[in-house]
Ligand binder design. Structure first.
Ligand SMILES: C[S@@+](CC[C@H](N)C(=O)[O-])C[C@H]1O[C@@H](n2cnc3c(N)ncnc32)[C@H](O)[C@@H]1O
Length: 365
């Protein structure tokens, strides 16, 4: 396995002292209660009040401000204290926010991850073993009987849908500025956005380049959401939709026009290795020597920080238990092998795109 330099140190050596290793092991064993407590400290606004208080707050004050019972406040505070998200001043018994608590409160990416893990994944991960054994998203049954989450996306309960979209958008939105510069560094005018979802990227494209036309390929039910989402925006007339289910091998990409660029952002991670090769082969059919395929993915081995690689490999288990049971956040070896199997060549790879650690793999025929 190839790993970017900062990850090599972290993942090929046992870096912890015994006491640290034991603490981490306990954190894992009590992961569900640690997670739920932190989530509730956010939900009830306790982290926020501690940050805003001058010298911290007592348990009694926290119970009063939140309307929780003394018992409930005590349980949450003591769990948080021993987890390390709050501290106590032993002179006056006031709780304050720790550095860990500060990150949970103020790092937007963590907030999006917490909501996604609670609303979308939490119950479904109970069935991770069955999902791994059967190659099916067994946890999805908590929401409905679709074969993959994508077929059900437009029908998920509002809170679940909000958290799903916030997670999806947070990561890709932060990469669009860099991606647009790369895409339009040449004279591309026509784009095919495969898995273009609600059209957020398409709107950015038509705003960035007044001559560009973009076709969004997605499941028909997503195209309905997309049309509502782009309605009334400048340039919406240069966005088209093309409904297709790429899991159906017989369905082909549109050929009505020539596409300078085929764009797949956070898309191939929704498919198994075999399906990826099949999709890429179909994409290659509508490419000529001037077309380019841009694949934007968060390849976990190309991350600058071990924590980013951690978040991505954990996200793989959302694909296992909730999304489809057979895909993941891939690494460079996987993705480059699949691209070559589809008879495409890699022209270049751009790294460190946006905040989410995306890479853009540029492919040609
Ligand atoms: C993770 S989202 C990525 C959305 C967007 N490209 C982005 O970067 O934020 C994956 C997209 O692929 C679409 N998709 C999943 N399975 C599909 C299928 N079988 N056929 C067509 N589109 C599919 C989903 O509907 C969704 O819009």
């Amino acid at each position: 396995m190839q790993l970017f330099e900062p990850l090599k140190q972290q993942f090929s050596k046992d870096n912890y002292r015994a006491s640290e290793a034991q603490s981490l092991a306990y954190l894992i064993a009590f992961g569900p209660s640690v997670f739920q407590t932190a989530r509730l400290m956010l939900k009830y606004g306790i982290f926020r009040m501690l940050e805003e208080s001058e010298n911290g707050l007592t348990q009694h004050e926290i119970a009063m401000h939140t309307g929780l019972s003394e018992y409930a406040a005590k349980c949450l505070l003591e769990s948080s204290l021993t987890t390390g998200t709050v501290l106590i001043n032993l002179d006056n018994n006031c709780y304050t926010l720790s550095k860990v608590g500060w990150f949970l409160l103020n790092d937007q990416m963590l907030r999006v991850d917490i909501d996604f893990n609670h609303d979308v994944n939490y119950q479904g991960w109970f069935d991770l073993d069955k999902s791994l054994e059967n190659g099916r998203p067994e946890g999805l049954k908590h929401f409905g009987n679709w074969p993959t989450i994508y077929e059900g996306l437009s029908q998920l309960p509002p809170q679940v849908q909000n958290s799903w979209f916030a997670f999806d958008h947070f990561y890709s939105d932060n990469s669009f500025d860099d991606a647009l510069k790369i895409i339009f560094s040449g004279d591309a005018k026509t784009l095919l956005d495969v898995g273009g979802n609600t059209g957020r990227f398409a709107l950015r494209v038509v705003e960035y380049n007044k001559d560009a036309h973009i076709t969004i390929c997605d499941l028909p039910q997503q195209l309905d959401m997309m049309r509502k989402n782009i309605a009334g925006h400048d340039g919406a007339e240069r966005i088209s939709g093309y409904g297709m289910n790429l899991l159906d091998h017989e369905q082909q990409f549109p050929t009505k026009r020539h596409y300078d660029i085929i764009w797949m952002s956070q898309f191939l991670d929704c498919f198994s290795e075999l399906q990826i090769v099949d999709i890429l082969e179909r994409a290659a059919k509508i490419m000529d020597k001037d077309s380019r395929l841009f694949i934007m993915e968060t390849l976990w081995d190309r991350q600058k920080y071990p924590t980013a690689a951690f978040a991505l490999t954990q996200t793989s288990l959302y694909f296992t238990a909730l999304a489809n049971g057979n895909s993941k956040m891939y690494n460079t070896d996987d993705m480059t092998r699949l691209i070559r199997q589809a008879n495409l060549q890699i022209e270049t790879i751009h790294d460190n795109i946006g905040r989410g650690g995306h890479s853009i793999i540029v492919c040609k025929k």
